[in-house]
Design a protein around this ligand. Structure first.
Ligand code: AOF
Ligand code: ZN
Length: 362
């Protein structure tokens, strides 16, 4: 087994926390003694022990001279938990192999430096790209304090999100829709425009058994969300925020009695200013947003430059229709030269549907 093999195992362990650690990172760790894994650990849930501490606590053997593999630089600060660096030093571990560097200003190289000062051999950047891919949300949020935004839509092979008459259930099949449910479990919030609420009366929850429920956010500049809609009616059960320009406190009270939080935000072309909204929900501790349309909100988000990633589900169907909506509406971008650029996609198949997973290049 090589360093890369052990790190691969640590990555697989980190994956087990997916959906539960936000706004903290996914982290996995293995401890190796004479070429054998003697203990494993991962960060299972926000606020729980870190991966390194779990691995060390899980170890029944003497750690003297052992090597610790961890997907993220060990921390050296007192947060919700004590510094992992101290525990590693006390344990007798002689070598630490690290995947990602930690951009958290409280750590950022200081963790590795502390281990080296204590005489521990530190090797960095082992499978760094793979390890970095575990935590795009954490890296973005810890540095900007604004949530990471994933724009998701499902369209036919001719680029339509509904028929000309507005029928959209369902463009994609069951397997793709299940994958969206898994994605919802990984994001802290789901955001839609009021148009989507009026058209679909969606629930916007995660239907994964024991899944985490995302906060639901509706962008509704004029407060047109009906009090009778599912989102308002279930706001006591699932945290719900309506972002608006409307300052009528009596109107706010009508929503609040159902448990809806009203967030007044700045205006941008008479609509919700998404940059302002994201800054505000970042301050509420929300590290990630799954943007689920409709096409007007998608365009506003792209124009505001706040989208980090795109999930385009492509269904093997054709429907045509000049009036049939496409995923991104608004005025559109005027010239090809100004197009939003995407990286090369990761491509996966879900039943008959294709998922194109793009990073937005800023
Ligand atoms: C985690 N899990 O396995 C590692 C983390 O408030 P705390 O004590 O949980 O500290 C959170 C910070 O610790 C986090 O921002 C990151 O910089 C560092 N490493 N965090 O939640 C882990 N190794
Ligand atoms: Zn730690």
């Amino acid at each position: 087994m090589t360093d890369a093999d052990f790190m691969q195992r640590a990555i697989a362990l980190a994956e087990q926390g997916r959906g539960w650690t936000n706004p903290n990172p996914l982290v996995g760790c293995v401890i190796v003694q004479q070429g054998n894994i003697v203990a494993e650990g991962y960060h299972a849930r926000y606020g729980d022990w870190h991966a390194e501490r779990n691995a060390i606590l899980n170890c029944r053997q003497d750690l003297n001279g052992a090597t610790l593999y961890v997907t993220l630089e060990p921390c050296c600060h007192h947060g919700r938990t004590p510094p992992c660096s101290d525990l590693i030093i006390e344990s007798g571990i002689k070598k630490v192999v690290i995947g990602s560097r930690d951009p958290n200003p409280l750590v950022a190289g200081k963790g590795a430096a502390q281990l080296r000062q204590a005489g521990i051999e530190v090797v960095e950047d082992v499978l760094r790209d793979e390890c970095d891919r575990l935590n795009p949300i954490f890296f973005h949020y810890i540095q900007t304090k604004r949530p990471y935004v994933l724009m998701k839509y499902a369209m036919t092979a001719d680029g339509k999100i509904a028929t000309a008459s507005g029928e959209s259930k369902w463009i994609t099949g069951e397997a793709a829709r299940e994958n969206v449910q898994r994605t919802r479990h990984q994001y802290s919030a789901i955001m839609v425009g009021v148009g989507t609420v009026l058209a679909d009366n969606p629930m916007l929850n995660s239907r994964i058994p024991n899944g985490k429920q995302p906060v639901r956010i509706v962008c509704d500049s004029q407060l047109r969300t009906p009090l009778e809609c599912q989102i308002v009616q279930t706001a006591h059960q699932y945290r719900t925020i309506i972002a608006t320009l409307n300052q009528d406190l009596d109107r706010h009270a009508e929503y609040r009695q159902f448990g809806v939080e009203i967030l007044t935000v700045a205006a941008q072309n008479k609509r919700v200013d998404l940059a302002d909204l994201l800054q505000k929900i970042g301050q509420l501790g929300i590290d990630s947003v799954l943007l689920e349309g409709g096409s007007q909100l998608n365009f506003s988000a792209l124009r505001a430059g706040v989208v980090n990633r795109v999930h385009c589900y492509l269904a093997p169907k054709l429907i045509g229709g000049m009036q049939a909506k496409t995923p991104i509406g608004g005025e559109g971008i005027a010239s090809l030269a100004a197009a939003v650029k995407l990286g090369s996609p990761q491509i996966s198949l879900h039943g008959e549907d294709i998922l194109l997973d793009f990073e937005v290049i800023h």
